[in-house]
Design a protein around this ligand. Structure first.
Ligand code: ATP
Ligand code: LTN
Length: 342
């Protein structure tokens, strides 16, 4: 009997999260993480979380956050997450995340947290003394998200590797001090698309918070804008279409995106475009990107047209998530020495 259909072998569990910090997800989010989320729902017990608690670690506007949380949810369903097969929910609707975060923060060294590079980068931008304590403890909340669900694997992009290491360390530390409680999760990082770079600054990661509008391809961008951004992407000196991360980061990024979406290997693309200019590659790439984005954009708009139904789908996810979270938190409370509670 295949393993998947054996009732005695439960599926491994995945959990991942994404912040509702922009009006659209971008191509880096899609290729680095979200596409794997969709694929994993066939083989794993999948939990996917819109992390609104993380989104308030930087200054925010309440109305914008509420809108972006719904836009995020609509996009997740639009890319193919199926509420029957995946538990899709909003972090703040499951209060156990904040509760476990407190316990884990008491197991985290101040020096250990200070070494997190994402905090250093983000706080440097606003001046370290202006950064909130929430931004500092952000990775501990992320660890709580993952450990609450006893996730075996966490599909993310390369930039999250250090946070995953901290999560493993905290799981092991808790288990060592209080008895076996948590699964130590593995990062699941697809090599070819782990870091999609900015179209205008091809050595930097494409990012919601730091890319310029011209450098970022949003899933919900108008087709004309997608075409323009790709045609104007910074390429490199020379004319050859060849992947070379050091000397040709711009062309390499375009080749990687093409390959990830078309399924053609980078080597085959190099061969096929031999003797042609950058324009030919860009033109073809723009069409491939649009073929992926357009159906997502249409489905997102349809889902957003019925907010009541969208909110209801999220509540179903939150109820399911909460059952698991409550159970883990019950064990944690007991292990740590808190009194029982109904
Ligand atoms: P910010 O720049 O504000 O931190 P972001 O654009 O990195 O935002 P996140 O919500 O932090 O987006 O990331 C969501 C997921 O997308 C994470 O798993 C992250 O690793 C992945 N990801 C983000 N940017 C890229 C990228 N350029 N290439 C590959 N994966 C990415
Ligand atoms: N920090 C992550 C978002 C995130 C996350 C998680 C990812 C919050 N909680 C749990 C995986 C698992 C980011 O992508 N910037």
């Amino acid at each position: 009997m295949p393993i998947e259909s054996s009732p005695s072998a439960p599926r491994p569990r995945v959990l991942s999260g994404i912040q509702p910090t922009a009006d659209s997800f971008h191509l880096g989010n899609y290729l680095g993480a979200l596409r794997q989320w969709v694929a994993l729902q066939d083989t794993h017990d999948a939990f996917y979380c819109i992390v609104d608690l993380h989104a308030i670690t930087m200054e925010h506007d309440p109305q914008t956050l509420r809108r972006r949380t719904r836009v995020a949810a609509a996009q997740l369903f639009a890319i193919g997450l199926d509420p029957e097969r995946s538990t899709v929910f909003v972090q703040s609707q499951v209060p156990e995340h904040a509760e476990l975060q407190w316990v884990l923060s008491c197991l985290t060294g101040f020096g250990e947290a200070s070494r997190m590079t994402q905090f250093k980068d983000k706080s440097a931008k606003q001046g370290t003394s202006a950064a909130s304590v929430g931004l500092f403890t952000y990775p501990i909340l992320q660890a709580a998200d993952i450990l609450l669900y006893q996730a075996d694997q966490v599909p993310v992009g390369e930039d999250q590797r250090q946070h995953l290491e901290l999560t493993r360390t905290l799981a092991q530390r808790f288990n060592h001090r209080f008895g076996e409680t948590f699964v130590a999760p593995e990062a699941y990082i697809p090599k070819a698309t782990a870091k999609i770079t900015d179209l205008q600054e091809p050595t930097a990661k494409m990012s919601k918070s730091s890319s310029s509008p011209q450098g970022i391809l949003d899933l919900l961008d108008e087709p004309g804008s997608v075409r323009k951004k790709i045609m104007r992407a910074v390429t490199d000196t020379g004319t050859e279409i060849k992947a070379d991360e050091v000397n040709k980061p711009g062309v390499t990024n375009l080749l990687r995106i093409h390959s990830a979406l078309s399924g053609t290997s980078v080597e085959d693309l190099e061969r096929r475009f031999e003797g042609q200019g950058y324009g030919a590659l860009k033109k073809e790439l723009a069409q491939i990107v649009l073929d992926t984005f357009e159906p997502i954009r249409e489905r997102t708009a349809k889902l957003l047209a019925d907010e009541g139904e969208l909110d209801r789908m999220l509540m179903v996810g939150a109820d399911r998530a909460r059952e698991v979270a409550r159970q883990t938190m019950g064990t944690v409370r007991d292990r740590v020495g808190f009194l029982g509670r109904d």
